[in-house]
Design a protein. Structure first.
Length: 305
């Protein structure tokens, strides 16, 4: 763990909260103050496809349980570190087995203005909202991991559309939902009236998807979002699966829901039909807080993807 990036981040945390001490029998686990937080540091180079590979040791993760804990994913490029609140992902790791070397193998993916954690067999999770020292600073100062966001379906839909517009995409939402968008959250933006050409076989399905990002001038779908506020998450997966089977070039799918439904997302996505089609490898989970933070960052011109 003796790399410049890790030492720099440790120094920055110590400048805010005082000296960090290393836990016995671990080179990567540090405690902030009097158990104000535990931070598990992992480091990786960024590879050609903008992927960073990390191994999370099961014996180390066990030392995070029951504490205000973070997994710090650091890379050798100029991007900010990611601090994953362990409590938000603990249940997922308990449901899967580590590799023979005792490590869970995960990837940090970067592209299209997002950063995502990929866990084989469990899916992709947007981690934009966990980017930068502010995540751990808030967690320590407030004595909590993250603020819960109480948002409605239409508010999340509005922010997802706004993010797409800020990123230069055209945005489609179903006609029945257009009148319900919450313009108190964002300036009114133009909506696309039609589904891109080339999807005649699944036009009725696409017309029901909550938010679609379309590349301006190219008529290509760049992102599909289903906001599952109270409706079954499974229905969103079925729509996505039909799109993927019809046009494999569409490769960015997102389920947005509240934080209590993450486990349901994981169970549903593990179905054999979604594994076989490849959807389980392409679908990301967005908590409402992820959406709100992503929108705030995009609106300020800060993009950590």
């Amino acid at each position: 763990m003796a790399n410049v990036t890790t030492r720099k981040i440790i120094a920055e945390i110590e400048a805010c909260f005082g000296e960090m001490r290393r836990l016995p029998r671990s080179n990567s686990m540090f405690v902030v103050g009097d158990e104000a937080a535990r931070v598990y540091f992992r480091y990786s180079k960024v590879h050609k496809r903008r992927e960073a590979f990390f191994g999370l040791r099961k014996v180390d993760l066990l030392q995070l349980e029951g504490h205000n804990s973070f997994i710090a994913l650091l890379t050798d490029d100029v991007s900010q570190p990611v601090f994953l609140p362990y409590a938000a992902f603990e249940g997922m790791f308990q449901q899967i087995s580590p590799a023979r070397d005792g490590q869970y193998k995960v990837l940090l993916l970067r592209g299209h203005g997002t950063r995502e954690l990929y866990v084989p067999g469990r899916g992709r999770f947007n981690v934009n909202a966990y980017t930068g020292l502010e995540t751990i600073r808030q967690g320590i100062e407030a004595g909590r991991l993250r603020e819960r966001r109480d948002l409605t379906h239409c508010q999340v839909q509005t922010m997802l559309g706004a993010i797409g517009v800020i990123k230069g995409y055209e945005v489609f939402v179903p006609a029945n939902d257009a009148c319900s968008l919450d313009w108190s959250l964002t300036p009114r933006y133009p909506l696309r009236n039609t589904i891109p050409a080339g999807f005649a076989d699944i036009h009725p399905i696409l017309s029901e998807i909550d938010v679609i990002w379309v590349a301006s001038g190219r008529n290509e779908i760049e992102g599909l979002f289903e906001v599952e506020h109270s409706t079954p998450i499974y229905s969103g997966f079925l729509r996505f699966n039909d799109v993927l089977l019809t046009n494999p070039n569409v490769s960015r799918f997102f389920i947005a829901s509240n934080d209590q439904r993450r486990d349901l997302f994981i169970r549903q996505l593990a179905r054999p039909t979604f594994r076989r089609s490849g959807l389980s490898e392409l679908t990301s989970y967005l908590e409402y807080a992820n959406v709100a933070d992503w929108f705030a960052r995009a609106n300020k011109g800060v993009d950590n993807g």
